[in-house]
Design a protein around this ligand. Structure first.
Ligand code: SF4
Ligand code: SF4
Length: 98
């Protein structure tokens, strides 16, 4: 792992790490309410600049996977095609609107 591990420009905006597992069930997944899914299927976060404060105030859902709104390196999973993967368990997630 290098110091530039979290270079944001490597992210392909697939949104997989912003999908929430309901009760920790990888088969029961829905997008975070702040995840914007664009027509070209890239994603962005509508509260990106404020998410850390929202997390601290308990306003963000946080289902125990340390994925969303945290440093990607702290995720317990890897995601297909994610440049930040570090040989963790691969979680296959389909990103689509609710
Ligand atoms: S899974 Fe990886 S590539 Fe996809 S949005 Fe998250 S950090 Fe970016
Ligand atoms: S609030 Fe967090 S989990 Fe939700 S879209 Fe933004 S970065 Fe992703």
């Amino acid at each position: 792992m290098t110091d530039n591990f979290w270079e944001e420009n490597k992210c392909n905006r697939c949104g997989q790490c912003c999908m929430l597992q309901i009760r920790g069930n990888p088969r029961n997944i829905r997008p975070c309410r702040y995840l914007i899914i664009h027509a070209d299927e890239t994603t962005s976060c509508s509260v990106y600049e404020r998410r850390a404060k929202k997390l601290a105030r308990g306003e963000l859902e946080y289902l125990g996977f340390n994925t969303h709104c945290n440093e990607r390196r702290n995720s317990k999973n890897d995601y297909e095609g994610c440049p930040y993967n570090t040989n963790k368990t691969l979680l296959k997630v389909t990103v689509k609107k609710k």
